[in-house]
Write a protein that binds this ligand. Structure first.
Ligand SMILES: Nc1ncnc2c1ncn2[C@@H]1O[C@H](COP(=O)(O)OP(=O)(O)OP(=O)(O)O)[C@@H](O)[C@H]1O
Ligand SMILES: [Mg+2]
Length: 329
């Protein structure tokens, strides 16, 4: 597990102090795809650099599998850093080297013998789908292919954690989806923990298992994506699954939020609501969304505000894997 405990980092430049991380505590469970969102300047890249030990915080702990990286002697820290892979927005490839050489580079640095390096690179190019491009130079590749090289290089030394800082920001949405699908399959197949930094929550909704929002160097909200979207009180949940309206409903009606999550999702729930309550309702907003690789149905309905309708909806929520939340009056 990767843990940050009470981490503080203040940059001091020309008499000005900027606190980029302000007592940040964060636990990233093993095998999670942990998304961290936040506006520009929130401290996302600083957080990544602290985890990567490229930046030393002023205080706090950075624990990888219980071991405090900040207290390790140089040589051990260098070893542990191999357990942490990193991919970048602008790929950071060596332009005068081929795909094979780029991927091989960290293995050469680590002193891995040549034959082993070759077979590892062969495995990695297959994994990222670039088996036929090993002799190409970065200038001969598309952005998506360059990021695949970046991913293969990051995985070369078999890390347990992969850090991604805006790794899809330079790509179009189709390519972004392909890269996220690749990261998801790597997460499943290799059991790798992935920390995804982005300023787009939309990206995290589909792929991430957990999400945290950083603002001014602190976490404002965090949780498992499926829990967050099922919780109408959660601001982050509302932001992850957009579409809810604040529109008022007609007199005599009350707004109710129906959420159904996961494999037990009941596709007939709207029909059941009409049949069981014996009354008509309006759909105010909603739909079926892909969330954390599950389907989530969420509808805002305007139903007749009668005790009979409320009772029936309450019973429905008990019978099925459906969450029913009436709007606050
Ligand atoms: N080396 C540095 N020296 C001084 N200030 C810095 C340095 N690096 C970052 N900062 C400041 O720390 C704060 C957090 O920066 P950081 O790069 O972590 O934000 P970010 O969330 O990654 O933003 P973006 O989405 O734009 O990449 C900002 O106010 C930034 O100006
Ligand atoms: Mg950044």
């Amino acid at each position: 597990m990767l843990e940050l405990i009470d981490v503080t980092k203040t940059y001091r430049t020309k008499g000005r102090a900027i606190t980029a991380l302000d007592g940040l505590t964060l636990r990233v469970p093993d095998k999670a795809i942990f998304g961290i969102a936040g506006r520009s300047g929130a401290g996302k890249s600083t957080l990544i650099r602290v985890v990567n030990a490229l930046e030393r915080p002023d205080g706090g702990k950075v624990l990888l599998d219980g071991e405090d990286l900040l207290r390790l002697p140089f040589k051990q820290l260098r070893d542990r850093r191999r357990k942490i892979g990193m991919i970048f927005q602008h790929f950071n490839l060596l332009h005068s080297q081929t795909v094979r050489e780029n991927i091989e580079f960290p293995l050469t640095i680590a002193g891995i013998p040549k034959a082993q390096r070759k077979s590892r690179v062969d495995e990695l190019v297959e994994l990222v789908g670039l088996g036929d491009r090993v002799k190409n130079y970065p200038s001969q590749l598309s952005g998506g292919q360059k990021q695949r090289v970046g991913i293969a290089r990051a995985l070369a030394a078999k890390p347990s954690v992969l850090l991604s800082d805006e790794a899809t920001s330079a790509l179009d949405s189709e390519t972004t989806n392909q890269i996220l699908a690749l990261l998801t399959s790597i997460n499943h197949e290799l059991g790798l923990t992935i920390v995804l930094i982005t300023h787009e929550l939309e990206l995290l909704r589909r792929s991430a298992t957990h999400v945290a929002v950083l603002r001014n160097g602190r976490l404002v909200e965090q949780g498992q994506v499926l829990d967050l979207v099922a919780d109408p009180e959660s601001r982050l949940g509302r932001d992850l699954l957009p579409g809810l309206t604040d529109a008022p409903v007609a007199p005599g009606k009350v707004k109710v939020l129906i959420t159904a999550v996961g494999p037990d999702r009941d596709d007939a729930m709207l029909a059941d609501i009409a049949l069981d309550t014996g009354s008509r309702f309006d759909v105010v907003s909603g739909g079926v969304y892909e969330v954390s690789n599950h389907a989530v149905a969420r509808f805002e309905l305007a139903v007749d505000d009668t005790s009979q309708v409320r009772r029936t909806l309450g019973a429905l929520a008990e019978r099925k894997s459906i969450r029913v939340d009436f709007a606050h009056e």
